[in-house]
Design a protein around this ligand. Structure first.
Ligand code: PGA
Length: 253
């Protein structure tokens, strides 16, 4: 069985460095009982080095929630891809809808992608419609997000790519309000098809596609089983072990 990839996007939920490192260390001890799960944690920038240190010699990856579109020079408050790698990140989340809502356009995400490519970091590219419409126009929206970010990249970059499908309307709620696994499956097939148009088919088939948006322990396994996705991007339920561990256990089965 191929491992399920579960990424915890801590957003600003985990507030202190001790809280972040205690969580990481506690999770590390649980991983042996979860042989079918691969886990990545995305703490805030400021906790990333400490979490990376706490997870040294563990299978858990550490990533950043965002990255600068710039390479260097005068960009107050920004953190570039090389700095993240240097701080211990093994992956970066790009284009999260909460970043897009702050003004990150497709063009900015495209520039971030150019900065991250070539560094060997895992790239978790988030795409997803703001709302669904019966005419299916949201599929075109997702296609544009994918094409804008990925067109022209090399095979090597694609080998580090993960797509996270996160319908914006389904983020930050509870399992009961989340997208149905059957609907996720429909979009999953669509995304796979778009990827096939952007790279060689063999490579497109290898790219993990995750679902994110109100994933909790009660719905996690169904997204894998019925939604067809290779893993999950988990927000609020990843922010403490009491809610995150049951998700990992559910998908480990
Ligand atoms: P949520 O967040 O699980 O709290 O809906 C998911 C995300 O934004 O990545």
């Amino acid at each position: 069985m191929k491992k399920r990839l579960i990424i915890g996007n801590w957003k600003m939920y985990v507030e202190t460095q001790d809280g972040a490192t205690d969580f990481a260390k506690a999770l590390k001890t649980k991983m042996r009982a979860l042989p079918n799960v691969e886990v990545g944690l995305a703490p805030s920038y400021i906790h990333l080095p400490a979490v990376a240190l706490a997870l040294k010699r563990s299978t858990i990856g550490v990533g950043a929630q965002a990255v600068s579109r710039y390479h260097a020079d005068a960009h107050t408050g920004d953190v570039n891809a090389a700095m993240l790698k240097n701080a211990g990140a093994s992956f970066v989340i790009l284009g999260h809808s909460e970043r897009r809502a702050l003004g990150e356009t497709d063009d900015i995400v495209r520039k971030q992608m150019l900065e991250v490519a070539g560094l060997g970091l895992g790239i978790v590219l988030c795409v997803g419609e703001r709302e669904q419409d019966e005419g299916g126009e949201h599929f075109e929206f997702i296609k544009t997000q994918l094409t804008s970010a990925l067109a022209g990249h090399s095979k090597k970059t694609f080998s580090n790519l993960i797509i996270a499908y996160e319908p914006v309307w389904a983020i930050g709620k509870h399992a009961i309000d989340a997208m149905k696994p059957s609907e996720v499956h429909e979009t999953f097939i669509f995304i796979r098809k778009v990827l096939t148009g952007l790279m060689e088919k063999e490579q497109a088939l290898k790219i993990p596609i995750l679902y994110g948006g109100s994933v909790e322990a009660s719905n996690a396994a169904a997204y894998i089983k019925d939604g067809g996705v290779q893993g999950l991007l988990v927000g609020h339920a990843s922010a403490n072990l009491e809610t995150f561990l049951p998700i990992l256990k559910a998908v480990n089965k």
